[in-house]
Design a protein around this ligand. Structure first.
Ligand code: TRP
Length: 450
């Protein structure tokens, strides 16, 4: 195998990894979960999990990638022959996420188009979103647009070209999100929302909150699915894994936090006191933001710009999800890149259409009580991600031993949280993740009631 090219410098690595990590997970998924699972309590649990399990797993995956110089499918096998199945398990996650990620990407595309055509007040109407997603052909057309864009980028290998725009567009997105959250929190009535979002209330603490938070954490930071192993395999031996991990985490969490600060108080301001709107779920961002834009001067232009930037962040992520699957398929089945890409795109299209029908003509189709999209989301985020995360800790803690990872990290000086790392990876993380997984699932199905 040839030597892998490395990113130019630490900043290049952090920007690339963060660019792939920041996407709909931060902007679309985090706010609706935080709204649904008790605001402040969700935020608190999320941040606690991020600085413990999140950082341990981020460090571990980057180190595994840099140590083995391999893709996730092969990396686990290189660490221990008997554990190569964990690479397969990790690769299944992007396969489950890809179809519905692109469907949501299609929703974003539609909203960007609506804003550009100046129909912001129409989009702010109460039934606009519902009637859009429940119609048969409209959401599928926009989904196909998004899917085609993602596929074309991968087929022509132009993602490097697109990443160049990240340097301008990502900061612009951050800047706009800060501006919008300031606008929202200074509206009359927003204070109650800010309090709901920032102040934890003990009665909101439940296993479900933990399960939702841990799934979201891994999803948002692209952990427990092989992605950070791939990035790690390109990470320079000269740079500090510990520092780079911390930067990616802080950046990713900051964006999710801001998205919540922009959307959750807006629910209080614009829903006319209807708190049940907090439990809306996946539609929250699409229902709430147009109301914000239609209330502000120049809202049409700002709304168009905002949804365009979200679209950009979504495309960079969907491209990297597709890339990851394609790399896996090529590794495993020895097919050409173009064949692999088209097959995966075809699979994603079929399943994505099924997800979309789940909101309309197939809305009576339920899999263990979930709509098709919610089912894929639940299996990937609430089951697979915690499971792969837990197994990775067990592999490192007991099979290859923490020292194997620690020595990789110590190639660049001191590992400042070594003791903490060993305790976490061996005991605390696997035991807690297991407890969260089992109790959260039981509670989700109403079997456990506390
Ligand atoms: N982390 C991305 C986000 O927050 C989503 C994501 C999931 C992803 N799996 C991925 C991104 C794989 C890149 C590669 O939206």
């Amino acid at each position: 195998m040839g030597k892998r090219s490395t990113f130019s410098g630490k900043l290049g690595f952090i920007l690339a990894a963060a660019g792939s990590a920041v996407g709909l997970g931060n902007l679309w998924r985090f706010p609706y979960l935080a709204a649904k699972y008790g605001g402040g309590m969700f935020l608190l649990v999320y941040i606690l999990l991020a600085i413990t399990f999140g950082s341990v797993l981020m460090i571990t995956e980057i180190a595994i990638g840099r140590k083995t110089q391999l893709s996730p499918l092969k990396a686990f096998g290189a660490l221990n022959k008997k554990w190569s199945w964990l690479g397969t398990l990790a690769t299944i996650v992007p396969i489950l996420i890809f179809p519905y990620y692109c469907l949501i990407g299609g929703w974003v595309t539609k909203y960007a188009a609506v804003m550009v055509s100046g129909k912001v007040s129409e989009a702010a109407g109460d039934s606009f979103f519902k009637s859009y997603i429940s119609s048969t052909s409209q959401p599928i057309i926009w989904f196909l647009v998004f899917m085609a864009a993602t596929t074309l980028v991968v087929v022509f290998g132009v993602n490097k070209g697109i990443e160049k725009f990240s340097k301008v567009l990502m900061p612009l997105l951050v800047f706009l999100t800060v501006g919008l959250s300031i606008y929202v929190v200074t509206r009359p009535g927003a204070l109650a929302g800010v309090k709901y979002y920032l102040l934890p209330n003990i009665k909101d603490l439940s296993f479900k909150t933990f399960l939702a938070a841990i799934g979201q954490l891994f999803y948002s930071m692209s952990l427990a699915m092989g992605i950070m192993i791939t990035y790690g395999s390109y990470f320079s031996k000269e740079e500090s894994i510990e520092k780079a991990s911390r930067h990616i985490e802080i950046f990713d969490t900051a964006i999710a936090f801001l998205a919540g600060l922009m959307i959750i108080p807006a629910v209080f301001v614009y829903s006319g006191g209807d708190k049940s709107a907090l439990g809306t779920g996946p539609s929250l961002m699409f229902v709430t933001l147009p109301k914000v834009f239609s209330s502000m001067p120049g809202g049409n232009i700002i709304g168009a710009l905002f949804f365009f930037l979200v679209l950009f962040a979504a495309v960079t992520s969907s491209v990297s999800i597709l890339e990851a699957i394609v790399a896996g398929v090529m590794d495993r089945f020895n097919v050409k890149r173009i064949t692999a890409t088209l097959l995966v795109a075809l699979y994603g299209t079929v399943l994505g259409i099924a997800c979309s029908f789940g909101f309309g003509i197939w809305d009576s189709v339920k899999i263990i009580g979930f709509s098709i999209l919610d089912f894929l989301d639940f299996v990937s985020n609430s089951i697979m991600l915690p499971l792969v995360g837990m197994l990775t800790c067990i592999l490192v803690g007991f099979i290859i031993k923490p020292d194997a990872i620690i020595s990789e990290i110590e190639l660049n000086g001191k590992f400042t949280i070594k003791k903490f790392y060993i305790a976490m990876v061996k005991w605390i993380a696997p035991i807690f993740i297991f407890a969260i997984l089992v109790s959260g699932i039981l509670q989700n199905f109403g079997i456990l009631n506390i």
